[in-house]
Design a protein around this ligand. Sequence first.
Ligand SMILES: [Zn+2]
Length: 503
Amino acid sequence: MARKVPLLKPAHVKARLKFANDHLDDLEESWEKVMWSDETKIELFGHNSTKCVWRKKNDEYHPKNTIPTVKHGGDSIMLWGCFSAHGTGRLHCIKERMTGAMYCEILGKYLLPSVRALKMGRGWVFQHDNDPKHTARITKEWLCKKHIKVLVWPSQSPDLNPIENLWRELKLHVSQRQPRNLTDLGKICVEEWAKIPPAVCANLLACWGLTSHLCAAVRLNWRSPKMARPSSNLTKFRKEFKKAKHIAIITGAGVSAESGVPTFRGQGGYWRKWQAQDLATPEAFSRDPSLVWEFYHYRREVMRSKMPNPAHLAIAECESRLSQQGRSVVIITQNIDELHHRAGSKHVYEIHGSLFKTRCMSCGEVKANHKSPICPALEGKGEPDPNAKDARIPVEDLPRCEKRGCNGLLRPHVVWFGETLDSDILTAVEKELEKCDLCLVVGTSSIVYPAAMFAPQVAGRGVPVAEFNMECTPATKRFKYHFEGPCGTTLPPALERHESEAI
Ligand SMILES: [Zn+2]
């Protein structure tokens, strides 16, 4: 019997397929080379109640995961599992508190046999997140000793791990079997995990892999198996900087984070009971436009107290200075907060749109909108507290199109999960990248989306790429520089006036 996993709707898949075909080649073999892994906690409640709550590690105090019975009931077990496009690997129940040493033991006992059983072949890549046990020295040394290539997985990146879908699938099937005790629970987990058909894994990755960010991240690693440490020599970087005529700067969430802009993603990133991926979707908007507008209204209002940080300012100052010398700086950002504009940057591509633009659902008009509140009905709404009541604003009182005779419902002009990027913007960005002779990746990694969509093509032309971020990750050889630390600290000295500049 075929099982269903939450996948994209056919229309989305089609759109993504087209996007992927247009922009990214040889995807399939790349994601097929990845062994995905993760841990998850599974709880067992009192013997009479078979109700289970499934949650991600570290989320236990979130209201979503607490029901009155949780306080007294329930033991739990941790599971470690892995899977690839060829099927599920071995599942292991972790009974004690896990340490780095235990993690290595698990990898030896369960990961490596799974790799062999699933016939991953040479050149496979291991994926795990940045849990401290995963990044512990002992683990790193173990992986290195075993010559295991690791897919770099920066902590600031969106929650991309497709294994989450399999955890949901597993938990559903396990709960149907009503485990009575922990031993039972562990046994059933292992059985149900093994029963997940390989086709489900392959399908999951086929759809998941077509999301641009993931493909790009995987593709890069796949093509560049040889890892080497990039240079962090600022003097050397400055020599390249002074020669550069066209500088492309790709910025990610880390730049906004340094201004205190919340992302509503990852650990602790909630607005009421939700994270961005729950509300930033076309489905959520059509289901409850009032709720989604409250969320965006809150995000717009929050920006009133946030300021551009030294990284934004250094970029803007550099653009303005270089433009007087006939040199150019272009900013390609995934951030929707307009802080680059507020810092004074002129040449900005917002590939995810902006919090301060609206799009009419009827006539399609895109318009800048900095009103506060955006409409009277939203005044004082959008409280992020988990106990706040939804405003349930009638749809006619939500922001509406002001074009004569239209009055259509407005939506935030941002790219939501499940949506593709604007092709005109992508074309323009690609032109800029073809022209650039130096590329900076700031507040994100060049091997995760969105930079991964762009940086490889730049590096492929032999153009130096420099990363400025918090992640201590070995970049591939093709990326020349890496400056670790807050970009508000590392970027200003890198972009300041060079002595060779006349102005
Ligand atoms: Zn309209």
